[in-house]
Design a protein around this ligand. Structure first.
Ligand code: SF4
Length: 351
């Protein structure tokens, strides 16, 4: 069986969907072939993944045409006929792809969009807690994947198998390719202050204070990882310490993965960096602002933790994109540096 999995973006979601690949491999065995279609900027996340046979990139940002993508899939289908398109994105783009290949059976994952949207409309945090998992089926995303796929693929071994999968060698569920070069990053604490949308960012001055605390009170190095657009990270330039590095805009995605793979802990917002860290089995401490762990994207590793404030206005949007409608960003500002630092210290003790 040859399955084409489709998830164009974003970085964190692409990483999370490796749980789907791992699960399908365990379900369908070595003979199944998996091709993963994603945006070209994320192919380095998946190239060399032990369970993915082929990765296809689509470079829309650099002007690659839709017809070029269709040609690539056509060629793939010619060489190894595709039995199923698994749409893990459920957007207009993935719909268009399924339309272009209407003769190939397709399944689309339920992203619980309406349920998440409805959750943003409830203004009582007690009600949200009461309703979320049971009524909306908003379990942690990686568990949801397993539950959905059991249904879709008629895995009659049912829930027991899902539990075994979670407790087995795949305990982390998500995974990324092993890195060839082992660099010595084992004493690093990674700070990941970026996020796709501004309201999802814990204020950068707090990240700076946190970095200073870690440098003063612990023996660890502190490394900042962020993308070339994240100019707000210049705030870290005030730190002048031999164990500190601000690598904002200085690493490729692959290099960032190398740092994350060997870090002690990654502390960051609800963003892709934390998902990458977890996919390498590195514990993370995730700070949630306008989004909510109830959406199912909380860290899943047993040593990972998250902080999310209990506010009636939260979650205020399904993605964190919407501008804050209050006078201040309470969801983030109520997370203090002391709180993050003390949870970090506890995580290090357990580790
Ligand atoms: S403070 Fe409330 S309204 Fe403002 S971004 Fe946070 S969750 Fe949304």
């Amino acid at each position: 069986m040859h399955i084409l999995l489709v998830r164009f973006s974003s970085m964190g979601d692409v990483v999370l969907q490796t749980a789907t690949v791992n699960w399908l491999r365990s379900l369908l065995g070595k003979k199944a072939r998996f091709t993963f279609l994603t945006s070209s900027e994320f192919t380095s996340l998946l190239n060399g993944h032990p369970e993915i046979d082929h990765v296809i990139g689509f470079d829309r940002k650099k002007g690659e045409k839709w017809s070029d993508l269709v040609k690539k899939i056509d060629l793939l289908d010619e060489n190894d006929p595709i039995d199923l398109i698994l749409d893990l994105h459920a957007t207009l783009r993935s719909f268009r792809l399924k339309l272009s290949f209407w003769n190939i059976p397709a399944l689309t994952v339920d992203k619980r969009r309406w349920e998440r949207f409805f959750l943003t409309k409830i203004r009582s945090s007690a009600l949200k807690k009461l309703f979320s998992h049971k009524i909306f089926g908003l379990e942690p995303q990686t568990e949801r994947i397993i539950k959905d796929f059991q249904g879709l693929f008629g895995d009659l071994r049912g829930k027991r198998r899902a539990v075994e999968f979670r407790k087995g060698p795949h305990e982390e569920l998500t995974s990324l390719p092993a890195l060839k070069e082992k660099l010595d990053h084992g004493n690093n604490i990674i700070l990941a202050p970026s996020a796709s949308f501004e309201p999802k960012r814990w204020p950068v001055d707090r990240f700076v204070l946190l970095a200073e605390n870690i440098l003063q009170k612990t023996p660890f190095n502190v490394i900042v990882l962020a993308g070339p657009e994240d100019h707000f990270c210049e705030a870290f330039n005030q730190i002048n310490h031999p164990r500190f590095k601000n690598l904002q805009g200085k690493t490729s995605l692959k290099e960032s993965m190398e740092y994350l793979a060997q870090a002690k802990i990654c502390i960051g917002n609800d963003s892709g960096m934390n998902h990458i860290a977890e996919a390498y089995g590195v514990p993370c401490l995730t700070l949630f602002g306008p989004t909510d762990p109830l959406f199912g994207f909380a860290p899943h590793g047993s040593s990972s933790r998250f902080i999310s404030k209990d506010l009636n206005c939260k979650p205020c949007s399904t993605t964190g994109k919407k501008a804050c409608h209050r006078d201040r960003l309470y969801c983030m500002e109520e997370i203090s540096v002391d709180e993050v630092f003390s949870i970090f210290v506890k995580m290090m003790e357990v580790k």
